[in-house]
Design a protein around this ligand. Structure first.
Ligand code: BES
Ligand code: ZN
Ligand code: ZN
Length: 492
């Protein structure tokens, strides 16, 4: 979907127009007949977020009412959702091009609405012979936005699309070696986009560790999970280190890259396996967050550590009762091969920790327990020695409406991870607090301020959910981007 700024002329319409109507008084901009004014006014009174269609054959004017007295996070979210409803309507009616204008509307409201349109307009349809009708072009009234605002947001929204594509791709197309290649070429492409003075940029690097390198590093968690797979594992390291960075040490992002989670030898029963192509959403989100920061030149030094493999019962698959030696030397007794995410993440967190980051954040579709406890509205968040960053992340989460539920993270929970034969077990079978104990397992490997984000509930929607659509949602990327926009480094 192309987004551009232009003038909108109601006396010579060349496409349908969405009119964001935030004012109580009759519009001065939108030409309406008396009965239309009365009708829109009444609809507005009945429901402040109602939508009215005015027919101006062959085009239509979609009047979207909203409450301009509420320019807060909830009002903006309502606009995103209204945009999603409208996109559904356009899809049905075959509308491919619309203009957006309005009255009593401020830039952040316009941005939220267009964001909703863009995200709702996403389809994963590359394998469909018959594709849905989608918006191809959105023209935003040049009086309402500056081109810089549009450009920055469009780059972020394109990242959301790409992230969703990655998560939606099945493993038969997107295995670990392929995903690592794609991330590498994406990084190369960004580096090639020359800077203002026409030079190749030097602030972005991508290194891919292959099987041999992972073996020589003795990443016991990643290697064990990979043993049942036909494909090699990968470990991708990304670094964005801008000259004007505000932080003295990097922010380390870690993402779970399980390309497919069959459960391994503890194979997932019934229909629990479907949708497990999305088990690499954490890695996809973290790579995308770093790329978005780089593309928009945010002044934050960020690294990303992305362990990748699928989890399968093949070959010489790792088994319950195995005892692994992790990258940092910790030994782990396997109690269930389906608790694999924490094994590959443990190695990645321990590796990230060696870079002396000022903050580690991981994102992982880690536990079904998070879905059961919190549903699909919210990320389960936990922190160790990172009170302030967690508070800040919570605030930006409320702002962009990708919110966090902060769970307790007390040491006492470590009781549940005790092993008779090793330093820890990988999962406390049939026990309670599954999301917290998974987080506690990971926290063992972090010795710097650490935030754990369990995105199992939000990364992938089986049923259409407003502008997040159906399938991969991209949930979490706007959160991390907004966090980087506000980030000033940890000051201790
Ligand atoms: N990838 C799953 C978690 C998951 C479940 C994500 C549903 C999204 C939706 C993870 O690897 C897993 O299998 N977790 C197990 C842990 C159990 C064996 C302790 C779970 O949650 O059932
Ligand atoms: Zn699993
Ligand atoms: Zn998993």
């Amino acid at each position: 979907m192309e987004i551009r700024l232009d003038r909108i002329d109601f006396s010579a319409l060349s496409r349908s127009v969405i009119f964001l109507y935030g004012s109580e008084v009759a519009s001065r901009v939108l030409p309406m007949k008396k009965d239309e004014v009365a009708f829109v006014g009444q609809k507005r009174k009945d429901d402040i977020s109602s939508m009215v269609v005015l027919n101006r054959l062959p085009y239509k004017i979609y009047v979207q009412n909203f409450d301009s007295d509420l320019p807060n996070n909830m009002a903006l979210e309502k606009l995103r959702k209204a945009a999603a409803d409208m996109q559904q309507l356009f899809s049905k009616e075959g509308v491919k091009s619309v203009a957006v204008t309005g009255e009593g509307v401020i830039p952040e409201e316009v941005v939220a609405f267009v964001e909703g349109l863009h995200m709702a307009n996403y389809r994963f349809d590359k394998y469909k012979s018959k594709k849905d009708c989608r918006l191809e072009e959105v023209v935003v009234d040049a009086r309402l936005l500056k081109s810089e605002d549009v450009d920055e947001n469009v780059r972020l929204w394109r990242r959301i699309d790409t992230l969703r594509d990655w998560v939606n791709e099945p493993v038969m197309y997107l295995n670990a070696p392929k995903f690592a290649d794609i991330i590498k070429s994406e990084a190369d492409r960004i580096v090639e986009q020359k800077t203002e003075n026409g030079e190749r940029r030097t602030d972005l690097k991508c290194t891919v560790f292959g099987q041999k390198k992972i073996e020589s590093l003795k990443m016991g968690g990643l290697l064990a999970v990979n043993r049942g797979s036909e494909d090699e594992a990968r470990f991708v390291v990304l670094e964005y280190k801008p000259a004007n960075r505000v932080n003295k040490r990097p922010v380390a992002l870690v993402g779970k890259g399980i390309m497919y989670d069959t459960g391994g030898l503890n194979i997932k029963p019934d229909d629990y396996m479907t949708e497990m192509k999305s088990d690499m959403a954490g890695a996809a989100t973290m790579a995308s967050a770093l790329f978005a920061a780089a593309e928009n030149g945010l002044p934050v030094w960020v690294m990303a550590f992305l362990p990748m493999t699928d989890n399968r019962p093949g070959k010489n698959a790792y088994a319950a009762d195995d005892i692994l030696k992790m990258y940092d030397g910790t030994t782990v007794e396997i109690t269930n091969t389906d608790a694999e995410g924490r094994l590959i993440l443990a190695d990645a967190i321990a590796y990230a920790d060696q870079q002396e980051p000022e903050l580690i954040i991981d994102a992982a579709t880690l536990t079904g327990a998070a879905v059961r406890a919190l549903g699909d509205e919210v990320i389960a968040a936990m922190q160790q020695d990172a009170d302030d960053p967690m508070r800040m992340l919570g605030i930006v989460g409320d702002k962009v409406y990708e919110r966090l539920a902060v769970l307790p993270f007390w040491k006492e929970y470590d009781e549940l991870l005790k092993s008779e034969v090793a330093d820890m077990i990988n999962c406390n079978l049939h026990a309670n607090a599954g999301t917290i104990t998974a987080g506690r397992f990971l926290a063992h490997f972090a010795h710097h301020p650490y935030i754990h984000l369990d995105i199992a509930g939000v990364a992938y929607y089986g049923k259409r959910k407003s502008f997040y659509g159906v399938g991969a949602s991209g949930f979490g990327l706007r959160l991390l981007y907004a966090f980087f926009q506000m980030y000033e480094g940890i000051r201790k």
